[in-house]
Design a protein around this ligand. Structure first.
Ligand code: KG4
Ligand code: ZN
Length: 283
């Protein structure tokens, strides 16, 4: 079976061809126009319309794929033999969620952000610091020159017993720091801010793995590309897997791959009555 994956949910537009669980070819392109506005409302409907037209025109089945579910499954592209259960930390521009992946297509949401997503914290933090959009890679780059221990920004909700997150207070702490310290060193502030986000994510993933006695942890989504996050997770000395960078940020490969899994499970959706939603759905 050959599947064409189409991804247009945010500022990436991509297509990928998957045959028997192998990605044969893919092309993912970012729209830079959003830099000017510092972000994007993630609801590009063009992919859905295009896929529906193609399916009708060629009389071939169409498989709707939820963007978040595709992120959760992106790890299987490179680790096909991985067996659930595992805990999956989904960290993107719009979401920060901890999932228990129980088995194929069975997921339980353990917790999520109560306000800003961690990718948003990177993007808004970068804007406050006068850096470009998307803020994650910018903050990561400049942080390499800075002292991450210089400023003790809050680690939101790490003393809370839930699996939830909150990043809006951290963003406010950054704004206040900038207001109160006119002569700050940009790399030090960026590195300390990044460290607070990363510490919080690592803490919560580790906490969930311990509590549920699950030995395998996964991270996925755009923020999973962050090298400081990857280093800190490696320092845990646990079985933590990350997709390659190209499968962390939005890509059509993960869409085609999950569609293949769904098709094999005789789950092909012939109903054309679906659309795109900007806030994800409960899996
Ligand atoms: O998964 P993704 O590509 O799109 C969404 O589904 O939202 O995630 C985009 C987010 C942005 O907030 C961006 O700043 C962040 O991922 N991001 C990073 C890095 N690369 C992308 N954050 C931290 N470090 C990075 N290297
Ligand atoms: Zn995404």
């Amino acid at each position: 079976m050959i599947i064409l994956g189409i991804e247009t949910s945010c500022d990436e537009t991509g297509v990928a061809i998957c045959k028997d669980y192998k990605i044969l070819s893919s092309y993912n392109k970012t729209q830079h126009i959003h830099k000017e506005y510092g972000g994007v409302v993630p609801e590009l409907l063009s992919g859905v319309s295009f896929a529906k037209g193609l399916s009708q025109g060629l009389n071939i089945p169409i498989i709707p794929v939820n963007h978040l579910e595709a992120h959760l499954n992106s790890v299987f592209i490179e680790f096909p033999n991985l067996k659930p259960p595992f805990i999956n930390l989904l960290v993107s521009g719009g979401h920060t969620q901890l999932w228990m992946v129980k088995s194929n297509f069975k997921y339980e949401l353990l917790g999520e952000t109560l306000d800003d997503a961690c990718g948003e914290a990177f993007d808004k933090g970068a804007k406050t610091l006068g850096l470009n959009y998307p803020g994650g890679p910018e903050i990561e780059k400049i942080s390499k020159e800075g002292n991450k221990k210089l400023i003790e920004f809050p680690r939101p909700m790490i003393n809370d017993k839930s699996y939830n997150f909150s990043f809006s207070g951290l963003k406010t702490a950054l704004i206040n720091y900038i207001k109160n310290n006119r002569e700050y060193n940009l790399p030090d502030v960026a590195a300390s801010y990044q460290e607070a986000i990363v510490d919080t994510l690592v803490f919560k993933l580790d906490y969930a793995m311990k509590n549920f006695k699950i030995n395998t942890g996964i991270i996925c989504g755009g923020v999973a590309a962050n090298s400081r996050l990857r280093d800190k997770l490696n320092e845990l000395n646990k079985d933590i897997l990350f997709p390659s960078l190209k499968y962390c940020t939005d890509n059509a490969d993960m869409i085609a791959f999950l569609a293949m899994k769904k098709a094999e499970n005789k789950n092909i959706e012939k109903n054309m009555d679906f659309s795109a939603y900007s806030r994800g759905i409960t899996l």
